[in-house]
Structures are given as structure tokens and as C-alpha cells.
Design a protein around this ligand. Structure first.
Ligand SMILES: Nc1ncnc2c1ncn2[C@@H]1O[C@H](COP(=O)(O)OP(=O)(O)OP(=O)(O)O)[C@@H](O)[C@H]1O
Ligand SMILES: Nc1nc2c(ncn2[C@@H]2O[C@H](COP(=O)(O)O)[C@@H](O)[C@H]2O)c(=O)[nH]1
Length: 207
């Protein structure tokens, strides 16, 4: 029985769908009590991004040394860069009883599923591909070539949404924020019910 341990929440979905925007809305909400796991990446820092807040920015050599030391729960190469979730922070924070929130792409989510099958997997989907492309263009952070690459990846990733526990459409940030929060709440309630049943069963067996 694991009720003292926090829940691992994985929010995944194609680039530009609004994962970061929805995540920020979740963390600004007064009812939110999760901890956010800051990823490591070899991608160049965008304007306004802060090391240790948005990502831990690493060189390729630093990142590969961390892979060798088994310092990631999962990592993936995405559009020419490495991205990964640091193992120490996630395991320690969950052991302390906090829910941990990951915002990662689909290959990484598959690896998390293998290591933490009890985690909660939520796929954030766009209303349609046209709006996804518009969001990437309007964000203004990537060249047309990178946007094309991200859209190609998105087409592949969208085919995998059926592997997730839940799909949330991000048609409106506040609605999507609320849907994710409700899913997490329901997941806690279900976990508590299962654990209570297990406790009762163990009592019966031990009598
Ligand atoms: N519901 C929405 N309606 C319209 N625009 C949105 C919505 N959600 C997010 N956006 C906008 O879409 C753009 C992409 O959002 P965001 O950067 O959060 O995506 P992301 O999934 O985190 O991308 P990446 O995976 O590349 O980091 C931003 O400009 C954001 O303001
Ligand atoms: N597998 C992982 N994917 C991650 C991680 N952190 C972020 N991401 C995802 O990468 C893409 C690109 O991000 P961007 O900041 O360059 O736009 C996006 O889908 C992120 O969600 C991670 O630790 N592991």
C-alpha cells in the first residue's frame, strides 16, 4: 500500500498544444499542491527562459555523462536535442509524499509508463492540426523549418494518444486546467478506495 507516497502525474502531448501554458495555469491555481519536476535539456535557451526555472540547460557532453550515470527516469531526443527527467528529484519528492508533475513528450512518457505503471498519464490534444500549427507560429520561438519538424512529430504523437489514461482537449486554457485538476482529484479518490479495500482484505486474511 502506497498512500504515503505521492502520485506521479505525466502531462504529454505535441509541441505547441499548450502543455506549458496549462501547466502554469495549474501551478498558479490556489488548490494545486503538486511539485513540478524541472527537466534537463541540451536545447538553446529561448529569450526569457531561466536556467533552473524553465529547464536545467546542459551541454551535450554533460547530458550524456548524466545518461551514463543513470540520472534520468526517462530521456529522449526530440528535434535534435536531448530532454530528460532527473531521477533524484522525482523519487525523493514522491517519497516525501508530494505529487510530482512531469511535462514531457511522448517517447519519454512511454519510458515512464514502463518504470511507473501506477502513474497517471494525461494527453493534451489540440482542437485540430491547423490550430496546433497556428499556436507554434504565433508563439514565435521557432524557425519555419523547426515548426515543420515539430508538426511532423505531432502527427506521429497524436496517433499514440490512445495509450494514455485520459485525453484532454486544450480548446481553452482555463477549461483544460480544470479538467486536469479534476482527473488528478478523481485519481486520488480511486487510489484511496483501492487501498482501503486492500487493507480490509489483509485484515480478513490475517484473522
Ligand atoms: N487554449 C489555447 N488557445 C489558444 N492558444 C493557446 C492555448 N493554449 C496555449 N496557447 C498558446 O499556444 C502556444 C504554445 O503553447 P505552449 O508553449 O504552452 O505549448 P507547449 O505544448 O508547452 O509547447 P512545447 O512542447 O514546444 O514546449 C503559446 O503561444 C500559447 O500562448
Ligand atoms: N521526454 C522528455 N520530453 C521533455 C522533457 N522536458 C520537456 N520535454 C518535451 O520536449 C518537447 C520540446 O520542448 P521545447 O521546450 O523545446 O518546446 C516538448 O514536447 C516538451 O514537453 C523531458 O524531461 N523529457
Amino acid at each position: 500500500m502506497t498512500s504515503d507516497k505521492g502520485l506521479l502525474i505525466v502531462l504529454s502531448g505535441p509541441s505547441g498544444v499548450g502543455k506549458g501554458t496549462v501547466r502554469k495555469a495549474i501551478f498558479e491555481h490556489p488548490e494545486t499542491d503538486f511539485k513540478y519536476s524541472i527537466s534537463m535539456t541540451t536545447r538553446k535557451k529561448r529569450e526569457g527562459e531561466v536556467d533552473g526555472v524553465d529547464y536545467f540547460f546542459k551541454t551535450k557532453e554533460e547530458f550524456e555523462a548524466l545518461i551514463e550515470q543513470d540520472k534520468f527516469i526517462e530521456y529522449a531526443q526530440y528535434v535534435g536535442n536531448y530532454y530528460g527527467t532527473p531521477v533524484d528529484y522525482v523519487e525523493q519528492t514522491m517519497a516525501d509524499g508530494h505529487d510530482v508533475f512531469l511535462e514531457i513528450e511522448v517517447e519519454g512518457a512511454k519510458q515512464v509508463r514502463e518504470k511507473f505503471p501506477e502513474a497517471l498519464f494525461i494527453f493534451l490534444a489540440p482542437p485540430n492540426l491547423t490550430q496546433l500549427e497556428e499556436r507554434l507560429v504565433n508563439r514565435g520561438t521557432d524557425s519555419p523549418e523547426i515548426i515543420r519538424h515539430r508538426i511532423d512529430e505531432a502527427k506521429r504523437e497524436l496517433k499514440l494518444m490512445n495509450l494514455y489514461d485520459y485525453v484532454v482537449i486544450n480548446d481553452d486554457v482555463d477549461l483544460a486546467r480544470g479538467r486536469v485538476q479534476c482527473i488528478v482529484e478523481a485519481s486520488h479518490m480511486r487510489r484511496a478506495r483501492v487501498e482501503s479495500k486492500l487493507r480490509k482484505m489483509l485484515l480478513e486474511v490475517n484473522q
